[in-house]
Design a protein around this ligand. Sequence first.
Ligand SMILES: C[S@@+](CC[C@H](N)C(=O)[O-])C[C@H]1O[C@@H](n2cnc3c(N)ncnc32)[C@H](O)[C@@H]1O
Length: 257
Amino acid sequence: MIQLFEKGRQQIFWGDAIEVLSQKIPDQSINLIFADPPYNIGKNFHGHKDKWQSEHDYLQWCYQWLNLCVNKLTDNGSLYLMAATQNMPYFDLYLRDKLTVLSRIIWYYDSSGVQAKNHYGSLYEPILFCVKDKQHYTFNAHDILVEAKTGAQRKLIDYRKATPAIYNAQKVPGNVWQIPRVRYRMAEYETHPTQKPTTLLKRIILASSNPGDLVLDPFSGTFTTSFVAKQLGRYSIGIEIEEPYIKIGLRRLQLHI
Ligand SMILES: C[S@@+](CC[C@H](N)C(=O)[O-])C[C@H]1O[C@@H](n2cnc3c(N)ncnc32)[C@H](O)[C@@H]1O
């Protein structure tokens, strides 16, 4: 059963991502998709274990909704995909036939959890940034500039120009993003095992959509994508299967039904 909450610019679907994508979302209607699915690593999403019978089953399920996501993108649309490090190579190869992979991003964070003792512990999650048309896609570089660290104490002068000027102190972020994970007691924390930081979504939404664009998240969890999209003046569609997370989304988006 699918229930729809729609208020103004923000839509929430309570149901299965594949059902909603295939039955409710028109093709070529979405400017930006951020997909952060269950990783098949055994997380507990409100009593439902994120673990498939086999890796093959998991990948086949992902390919189904990835195909739908590709169809939903506008001609100049972008898809960001998160996945477990061990599965990302499959998705990278799979999507290469359908989209152009422009960046392979590493979201790096320090881990306060149990540290690995007999191998190198994981301190990052990979993100694929793909576009439908590599000649025509949205990328608002000026909205996401970060400090360009030169390592120098003083401001460096660039003498190559007619009039010497201080080196540009800002740059477009590279593909390693150091952003802290959402931890208990942080202001944005919600009761969810894999909540993504607003800072991460802010960069993605600012770069790859414009005000008034439609942003979709098929596995919304705590609705971080929709929450940030609303703050930035974008329309949003969030899909989530678990009722408690739907309630978090309604609260974060201030939708009262
Ligand atoms: C990795 S979490 C997403 C976290 C989210 N990005 C956030 O910032 O909170 C994946 C979410 O997908 C949901 N989910 C699992 N299977 C689903 C399905 N078939 N359709 C829709 N949502 C599903 C889970 O309940 C979980 O909340």
